[in-house]
Design a protein around this ligand. Sequence first.
Ligand code: AMP
Length: 292
Amino acid sequence: MTEGGGTRVVRTRAELREALASARRPVGLVPTMGWLHDGHRALMRRARSENGTTVATIFVNPRQFNLATDFTRYPRNEARDVAVCEAEGIDLVWAPPVEEVYPPGFDTTVSVGAIARPLEGAARPGHFDGVATVVSILFSLVGADRAYFGQKDAQQVMVIRQMARDLAIGTQVIACPTVREPDGLALSSRNVHLGPDQRVAAAALHRALMAARSAWEDGERSADRLRDIMWETLTAEPLAAPEYVSVADGVTLRELDRVEGPALLSLAVRFGETRLIDNEPLGTGDGTTPRA
Ligand code: AMP
């Protein structure tokens, strides 16, 4: 916002509005739930390179957790997160208490249709309603020109694009490539819950996706065969309990019989109490899912 101004942390809607009133445009927004890692940092860097002002939000959104235990267990460390935002040159951090996001009497849910139903929508009832509701509040309060999301949560990007288009919100939704550990595990705040053996075993998610990708690159077009390859790779890992594997249309997320156009490989796997997801787009060229 201002040269050398450092990172300002605000809590209320009013402070956020006031801080943004004179912000240099364009404004880039990076919504997060904190416990920041290099995946978040990559979004922040991209936002910073493309915008006059960068805003990050740190808010563990209770409405997007379908399990209360998952919400209470979600890792939090605001001081460390603010230090990360400072290091990345973020201008403004909004870290609100729950009642600033959902004031007393709040009674609206943003519910996206077909694109939100399969995969994570089916596995986590209400999850995408919570995501779409909070992101529409963030878009509206920040008035961002651009918002940055990770391809790691591919369906989330598609749900948010649909929401922004349908509600005529002018914020451009930008998907950034998934940042991974050297063994392929996608960075995630939830990785902190993995025990040492589970952490090693968790590389199976990316292995499974890469095995299916490699079969597809060799000409395999049967979606069932690609699902089998992922399932077999995951079940070969004794600590992994796969929840689903999917080969879906890259635009609609409908399960495919044959992969003839852009597609999304995705999976969800449990390691004890910890649930991890990952995905790999096929046939889009740039590692991001195609726009609907
Ligand atoms: P979260 O704090 O987990 O809600 O994530 C905030 C944003 O960071 C979302 O847009 C995520 O998709 C994105 N993100 C999380 N993990 C990664 C990763 N490994 N690589 C890239 N983006 C990520």
